[in-house]
Write a protein that binds this ligand. Sequence first.
Ligand code: HEC
Length: 415
Amino acid sequence: MKKFLFIVLALAAMIVPCVQAEITYSKDIAPIIQRECQSCHRQGEVAPFALTDYQDAKAWATEIAEYTKARLMPPWKPAKGFGHFKNERRLSEKEIQMLTDWAEAGAPAGDLSKTPPNPKFHNGWKLGDPDHIVEMPVEYEIEPEGEDEYRHFIIPTNFDTDMFVQAVDVQPGNRKTVHHVILYLDTKGQGRERAAKDPKPGYVTEGTGPGIDIAGSLGGWAPGLQPYVLPEGVGYLLPKGADIVMQVHYYRTGHTEHDQSRVALYFNKTEKTAPLQIDSAINSEFKIPAGEKKFAVQASRRVKKDAYLLATMPHMHLLGRDMQIIATPPTGDPIELIWIQDWDFNWQDIYYYRKPIFLPAGTNVSLVAHFDNSASNPANPHNPPVPVGWGDKTTDEMCIGFLYMVDAGEYQPVE
Ligand code: HEC
């Protein structure tokens, strides 16, 4: 009898952990969605539908399970384990399993009165009161139809000295039409010259670039991006008297839209600030034959002085499929910097490392990218395919690994 009881107890002990409590929206699912989805899936944001209450989540439960399982959502491009980044948008296997199980169980609500409150999203400046605000000089009207527009607005700055900018926060004036914003710096007045010849505010170029000799950049904004504060002691150099050339990529919405985007600047407060240097490994000499499915392009860059790498930003256009960047120091093992296996022109980002990566002088930063110029690539803008090489237009190609570096002689990360 005793033995029998023992067996029953042992069996019970084995079974109990397998019988899981029901997964419910209020207890398990809401916290995941709040943390990982609502930055984009809420009213007025980039995603096509909101996920801000139980009804939303239930209506989309099957798709939520599918898209998260396929790791299409939340959008996050760098391959796992190849570089470690800040603000990674990646669900754990356990969270994905929970979303799947929940959807399969018919999306049970649980006790909705116990649902944690949605996080508060700032519609104001995310980093607090800015030191300085700049904005497009006028409200711009975007016509309902046509190709996407890349317009460059000139914003003069009037500081008495060179300034260092530690953080930038962009507030798109109209999220329905603003796809991204890039802030270029112009010290030669070339942007003004171009704008003077354009009947509308600012100017457009043949392609997606600013079309001038830029003196630097202040970064930019794309949907879902949080403003990034550079490490203490590092800043974007904003040269005295420079114009900010603000590139805004507009979508057409089928309606007349208006936009006047604004930018908050936060200056470095440190006594000595090292300028952020945006370097690159770049190949501008390739030609991708028509019909070629997997065309490899390589580029490399030798680091001249000891430096810290803060971030990388791969850049290609529509035919890009993947890009891998590796740093090989003169001695020691290669360092895996980033690998985008499923390139998407519409999800570009600057990827900041959790810790700055030391690259000693002589390090070779090399990249390999592949392009698909076949008719079976749905992103191919040419039908039938034609040979494609370097160029500014979206329908041309580029192959760049931008490297956000700082001279190790001027900056030491604090551990
Ligand atoms: C950085 C912004 C962003 C985040 C974060 C994000 N999404 Fe999305 N989501 C989008 C955008 C934009 C689209 C539509 C375009 C696309 O598919 O790329 C989309 C589309 C979807 C779709 C496809 C709907 C359809 O068309 O059938 C699903 C499902 C989805 N998201 C679920 C989620 C879930 C679940 C999360 C969180 C775990 C999440 N998303 C996080 C931006 C985001």
